[in-house]
Write a protein that binds this ligand. Structure first.
Ligand SMILES: *[C@@H]1O[C@H](CO)[C@@H](O)[C@H](O)[C@H]1NC(C)=O
Ligand SMILES: *[C@@H]1O[C@H](CO)[C@@H](O)[C@H](O)[C@H]1NC(C)=O
Ligand SMILES: *[C@@H]1O[C@H](CO)[C@@H](O)[C@H](O)[C@H]1NC(C)=O
Ligand SMILES: *[C@@H]1O[C@H](CO)[C@@H](O)[C@H](O)[C@H]1NC(C)=O
Ligand SMILES: *[C@@H]1O[C@H](CO)[C@@H](O)[C@H](O)[C@H]1NC(C)=O
Ligand SMILES: *[C@@H]1O[C@H](CO)[C@@H](O)[C@H](O)[C@H]1NC(C)=O
Ligand SMILES: *[C@@H]1O[C@H](CO)[C@@H](O)[C@H](O)[C@H]1NC(C)=O
Ligand SMILES: *[C@@H]1O[C@H](CO)[C@@H](O)[C@H](O)[C@H]1NC(C)=O
Ligand SMILES: *[C@@H]1O[C@H](CO)[C@@H](O)[C@H](O)[C@H]1NC(C)=O
Ligand SMILES: *[C@@H]1O[C@H](CO)[C@@H](O)[C@H](O)[C@H]1NC(C)=O
Ligand SMILES: *[C@@H]1O[C@H](CO)[C@@H](O)[C@H](O)[C@H]1NC(C)=O
Ligand SMILES: *[C@@H]1O[C@H](CO)[C@@H](O)[C@H](O)[C@H]1NC(C)=O
Length: 767
């Protein structure tokens, strides 16, 4: 699945800081060093930092070797190590730092230097062996003076300002001077102009670990001469997210760890990779590699543990009885075509915890040996194949996605630590009772998608165990009975989709506790009762409310006007009567043009192995647009729509509706509305679709309607409209728009208007 890996890679781990205090049996630092440290403290305003507190304090004033984070040589007494990592300091580095001429180790990572440049005087600390300035919000050009640090073994400048890439280098001419460097990490430094980056890296004879993730690296230029001297010591190469080309393969050494995912590589995977017999980890995902890979290509890769070829255009052609030379821990082969049979070689892999064989062209029954995996697969994606058969064992993966297959039979019980479960678009049947098999334990489930299956019967009333649930989609099944009241315990839920089932009764008032709901879709059921007032009183985050095609009755409660975030309201096909509330101009989002993003994204944070991850998802909704019903997901954020059609609404269309200038679709058709079309209807400049048909609306069509440039669908038919149809834009091309209004005249209708019918409405001033 595209995108998952970056999330897993990037998201935050909780930094646990163990503050070690070591006692140095020490001769004592010099006065100069002491003054330099105090100047350093002065420049760094984080006086509340735990570590800096001890600096210069009375009791310990004498010997700066006693200060926290300061370490002295036990032979010479000089300061050799300064460890100020993740002290959340802010400010400037004092130039007095260079008085610490014996410094070998400097860690200033995880502080905030407000995008200032890395000071060039750091290049004067000629004894430095270890320099970590990562995550410290440095900006600007990396100073070439770092090239003076000839003793440096370790240089880490990664992740300064992840989003803006505000730190950069124009060249790396200085890099080869660091001839002792073993470890280099410049991730997210903007190196887009550094054409010679590979030449510079090649000249570091001792380099073992190279990480240039997300650096905007241009395709490498390599001369054959420099290749001769190329470093043979590299074991770890991470070039994830750059703009490379296949020249990179001329250089790649016999690697242990190789990450070339999302690097715009194309063509065939070069044979040289199959020769890297030390390879343990290889990521080649999200490129445009193509061609056929056979088992011989893996014959030398016996040490392989992580294999990632996903999201390319590769075909894997392995013989049926292939026994691979490796034992993989992670198998990431999404979009690699390996069907039609279920890959039998997986049976030889004894202890993998990650399996992605989604969209692999497998059209087969899930073999029984697979359901019997002895070790727990923590991440399992089998989606988008044509897998048949039943799931037999208890569901235990933290992430399990079997959507878009043809699996059938009842759904097995779920272990309580499962977090993400996508079973949608299969043929699962039976009841939903599997949800409640572990009745006492708190469930870790945050995401549950069961949509488009054949699950039937009543929903069990055990939602009290699902405090963590953020997303629940049970739409398009055959569930019946009442919506359980314990759903009110879903305090984190953001998306609740029960569309197209057979639910009856009222919406349980307990749902008013679910204050984080942004999407409620209970459309196409047999629900009845009043539209609850608490929807508007309590669920103030609601953006999408779909009650379509039920049996709700009586009037629209004015409380719904409190939903300032409302973006889509679909109450169509109910028995709603009364008038349209005039207060609807309080719907702020609808009253604004534009949108913040094309999709409606939610974060979905879950816990896995003590760490927290986010697997964000986009909301989806089925909407009727221009008479056609379809699903919207990637562009749902662009849709601002009100659909009150097919009810028994009466009275006039409130003029306040013309404040909702963000509306893209307005459907009030098939009601009993009377009065005139608001004269300022033309304010709704974003309208793409307007349907007022089958009401009892009278009077003239306002001229302003001709100002709506975007209108692509207009239906005013079957009303009592009269007079001349205004001229403009598409108004004359939509010929079905006006039928059933005997008193209308002018184009595109055949009846021409009398002078009287042309009327005063032709003047703009009449607005
Ligand atoms: C001095 O430090 C070195 C390494 O830092 C250590 O190996 C050695 O045992 C220390 N000597 C004394 C006398 O503490
Ligand atoms: C870093 O400091 C600047 C002010 O100097 C402040 O605007 C910014 O928010 C800080 N960044 C972080 C991550 O704390
Ligand atoms: C690199 O080292 C050479 C001497 O070997 C020196 O002349 C040059 O100034 C150094 N470059 C940098 C940027 O430190
Ligand atoms: C990186 O630098 C190049 C040119 O210097 C610039 O065009 C590009 O926008 C920068 N990229 C980022 C992410 O800042
Ligand atoms: C890769 O890009 C470099 C720089 O543009 C170019 O010199 C080289 O020929 C390209 N290699 C391939 C295989 O396209
Ligand atoms: C290759 O290395 C040799 C010796 O280590 C050195 O003399 C020569 O200049 C280097 N060649 C290049 C192109 O760097
Ligand atoms: C260098 O890379 C190797 C192989 O991937 C890895 O085991 C090692 O931890 C890395 N070293 C550092 C300092 O990250
Ligand atoms: C895979 O093996 C075939 C036949 O042995 C060979 O032609 C092809 O180049 C190899 N591909 C790779 C990527 O090694
Ligand atoms: C797969 O391999 C078999 C024999 O190993 C060969 O006959 C067949 O043509 C290959 N299929 C593809 C698509 O390369
Ligand atoms: C499951 O897989 C499908 C198809 O590959 C994908 O669209 C969907 O987003 C995945 N579900 C989750 C929860 O990741
Ligand atoms: C509902 O599920 C059926 C299969 O059970 C599927 O064919 C249909 O496309 C689904 N409808 C929607 C709107 O997803
Ligand atoms: C509700 O959502 C907000 C923002 O999306 C989040 O900060 C808050 O933690 C959520 N509340 C619960 C109970 O999950």
């Amino acid at each position: 699945m595209v995108g998952v890996r970056c999330c897993f890679k990037l998201l935050y781990a909780i930094v646990v800081m163990i503050l070690l205090h070591m006692n140095n049996p020490c001769i004592g630092c010099s006065e100069r060093e002491k003054q330099a440290l105090l100047a350093l403290k002065q420049g760094l305003m984080g006086d509340d930092s735990y570590r800096l507190l001890s600096w210069g304090r009375e009791a310990r004033n004498k010997d700066c070797c006693e200060w926290d984070g300061v370490y002295c040589s036990n032979q010479t007494g000089h300061v050799v190590k300064l460890d100020l990592g993740f002290q959340f300091l802010q400010g400037k580095i004092s130039p007095k730092l260079i008085e610490l001429q014996h410094l070998e180790y400097l860690d200033l990572s995880g502080n905030n230097f407000s995008r200032s440049q890395i000071p060039d005087f750091i290049g004067s600390l000629s004894n430095l062996r270890y320099l970590d300035l990562s995550n410290a919000n440095f900006g600007g050009l990396i100073p070439y003076q770092l090239g003076n640090l000839r003793n440096l073994h370790y240089l880490d400048l990664k992740f300064q300002d992840y989003l803006s890439g505000s730190i950069y280098a124009k060249n790396l001419y200085w890099l080869p001077n660091l001839s002792r460097l073993k470890y280099l990490d410049l991730s997210v430094v903007n190196l887009s102009d550094v054409v010679g980056w590979l030449e510079a890296v090649i000249m570091l004879p001792k380099l073992t670990n190279l990480t240039l993730y997300g650096c905007n690296l241009p395709p490498p230029v390599i001369s054959s001469v420099s290749l001769l001297n190329s470093s043979k010591s590299l074991v770890h190469v991470d070039l994830y997210k750059n703009n490379l080309n296949s020249s990179i393969f001329q250089w790649l050494p016999n690697l242990v760890y190789l990450d070339l995912s999302e690097t715009k590589l194309s063509g065939r995977i070069p044979e040289s990779i199959g020769q890297m017999s030390n390879l343990e980890t290889i990521y080649l995902s999200m490129n445009s590699f193509e061609g056929v890979i056979s088992e011989t290509n893996f014959s030398k890769l016996s040490k392989l543990r992580i294999l990632d070829l996903s999201s390319n255009s590769l075909v894997l052609n392995f013989s049926f009885d292939w026994v691979p030379p490796f034992q993989l821990r992670q198998i990431r082969l999404g979009s690699c075509k390996m069907g039609p049979y279920f890959p039998k070689w997986l049976r030889t892999q004894k202890s993998y915890d990650w399996l992605d064989i989604s969209n692999a062209g497998i059209s087969d029954t899930i073999p029984t040996w697979f359901g019997d995996l002895r070790n727990k697969v923590e991440y399992m994606d089998l989606s988008h194949n044509r897998l048949r058969g039943n799931l037999i064992s208890e569901l235990a993966s933290y992430y399990l996605n079997v959507s878009w297959n043809q699996l059938e039979g009842p759904i097995p019980s779920i272990q309580s630590d499962v977090s993400i479960l996508d079973l949608s678009n299969n043929k699962f049947s039976g009841s939903a009772s599997f949800l409640c098999t572990s009745t006492t334990e708190e469930s870790y489930l945050t995401y549950l998608d069961l949509s488009s299956n054949h699950v039937s019967g009543e929903l069990p009333d055990c939602w009290i165990h699902f405090h963590k649930l953020v997303f629940l989609d049970l739409s398009n099944n055959s569930l019946s009975g009442k919506i359980p009241t314990t759903m009110g315990h879903l305090i984190r839920i953001g998306t609740l989709n029960l569309n197209n089932n057979r639910f009856v009764g009222e919406l349980p008032s307990q749902l008013k506790n679910c204050i984080n709901l942004t999407l409620v879709d209970v459309g196409e059921n047999k629900l009845s009762g009043l539209i609850p007032e608490w929807l508007g009183e309590n669920l103030l985050n609601l953006a999408i409310v779909i009650l379509r095609s039920n049996q709700f009755y009586r009037s629209i409660p004015p409380q719904l006007c409190h939903l300032t975030q409302l973006q889509i309201l679909d109450l169509s096909m109910n028995n709603i009567s009364g008038t349209i509330p005039k207060c609807l101009n309080t719907w702020t989002t609808l009253a604004q043009k534009g949108h913040s993003s094309a999709s409606i994204e939610h974060s979905n944070i879950f816990q896995w192995g003590g760490l927290f991850y986010d697997l964000p998802y986009d909301d989806e909704a089925s909407l009727t647009w221009k008479g056609v019903r379809s699903k919207y997901k990637s562009i749902l954020g662009l849709v601002k729509s009100i659909d009150l059609s097919s009810n028994m609404l009466s009275g006039e269309i409130p003029t306040e509706i013309t404040y909702l200038v963000g509306l893209v679709s307005l459907n009030l058709s098939r009601n009993r509305l009377t009065g005139q079309i608001p004269s300022r209807i033309g304010n709704l400049q974003e309208l793409d679709s307007l349907d007022l048909s089958r009401n009892q609306i009278n009077g003239r069509i306002p001229i302003s309607i001709s100002w709506i440039n975007r209108i692509g669908y207009l239906d005013l038919s079957q009303n009592n409209l009269s007079g001349k149809i205004p001229i403009g834009n598409q108004l004359q091309t939509i010929d079905f728009a006006y039928g059933g209004n005997p008193l209308l005249c002018g184009e595109p209708l055949p009846r021409t208007c009398s002078e009287e019918e042309k009327g005063p409405g032709q003047s703009v001033l009449a607005l």
